[in-house]
Design a protein around this ligand. Structure first.
Ligand code: NAP
Length: 305
């Protein structure tokens, strides 16, 4: 299969790049990745994407995908294992669909939730430990819930889960949150949510028969005092790790794995990156979409279209 452009990823960056590229007459293939629609599909409500007053993340991504399809973009439901330079082209190796030849590539693979790697996290994964409040919040009806983190995701998770839970405890390693002020105000006003400062989660323990989460051990990082709290569910919301492992030996990345770009151009001519995989700072859907548009415009210049 020969294409002028392969876009890897189907979040806001990948979809916007696909829309711009298709409208520029570029022969484009979009490879969706594991999670069609990307991270936004697990975000409850989007209220800061212009043109969309309020919509669940999954609904916004459905609209974007429809727009991409309506422009005739070919979509492959697969993941990319690696790619390499092959004469004037690139050879992209997919997990199930073999090799694809393309003149250019946009990497828009996003990022995945960061984990704590503490005792109990793996053991009780999906048995009370998760990173997706939108997916699992409903199962917290009448439960005691812990949320870890200080960013928008942690605050959004705590607020969402408070609709179901008996109580929500949000712990953060600092004594202030980095979440938006408007969201913080809603958090502090919520009578079900208790915020504990300078606390770190050190262990997740099981219930009586060890089948699910039953308690957590937290530590005050100023006093070193450890406290055990009965707990039924833990949401870990401590940021993201960029999905660049498959290409980090080929394109230049920073120490945290974010692809280094200039106007979305990577160090390899013909390879571009857009969205959360190259943005350690803002990580907003609208910015990812903007980067996707820039990447597609740069691809047009590269292909002399
Ligand atoms: P984030 O903004 O990177 O925040 C991560 C939080 O986790 C920070 O408070 C950080 O602490 C903490 N943290 C990181 N590593 C930790 C560790 N090992 N142990 C304990 N705590 C740790 O990530 P995010 O909240 O997931 O948000 C990601 C991006 O998506 C942001 O740009 C955010 O604005 C955006 N977002 C937007 C919305 C919305 O607008 N509705 C919703 C969700 C996310 P420090 O503060 O100490 O660094």
């Amino acid at each position: 299969m020969n294409f002028e452009l392969v876009i890897i990823g189907s979040g806001p960056a990948g979809n916007t790049a696909a829309i711009y590229a298709a409208r520029a007459g570029i022969k484009v293939l979009q490879i969706s990745g594991n999670q069609l629609g990307g991270q936004l599909t697990s975000t409850s409500e989007i209220e800061n994407f212009p043109g969309v007053k309020a919509l669940p993340g999954i609904a916004l991504m459905d609209v974007m995908q429809e727009q991409v399809k309506s422009l005739g973009v070919e979509i492959m439901y697969d993941t990319v294992v690696s790619f390499k330079k092959a004469e004037d082209n690139f050879s992209v190796l997919t997990e199930y669909s073999g090799e694809i030849t393309t003149k250019s590539i946009i990497i828009a693979t996003g990022a995945n939730p960061r984990l704590l790697r503490i005792n109990g996290e793996k053991e009780f994964w999906s048995k009370g430990v998760s990173t997706c409040a939108t997916c699992d919040g409903f199962f917290c009806k009448g439960k005691k819930v812990l949320v870890v983190g200080g960013g928008n995701t942690a605050v959004e998770d705590a607020l969402f889960v408070s609709n179901f839970a008996e109580s929500v405890t949000l712990i953060h390693r600092k004594d202030f949150l980095r979440a938006e002020k408007a969201m913080q105000e809603r958090l502090f006003k919520n009578p079900k949510i208790n915020v504990m400062w300078n606390q770190e989660l050190v262990e997740i323990k099981g219930n009586a028969d060890n089948s699910r989460v039953g308690a957590v051990k937290i530590k005050n990082n100023l006093s070193n005092i450890e406290t055990e709290l009965p707990m039924d569910h833990v949401f870990i919301a401590i940021g993201y790790v960029p999905n660049s492992a498959f290409c980090k030996d080929f394109v230049q990345c920073d120490d945290d794995g974010y692809i280094i770009t200039s106007d979305t151009k990577t160090n390899i001519s013909g390879v571009f990156a857009a969205g959360d995989v190259m943005d350690p700072k803002y990580r907003q859907a609208v910015i990812a979409a903007g980067n996707g548009a820039i990447a597609a415009i740069e691809v047009q210049k590269f292909l002399n279209k």
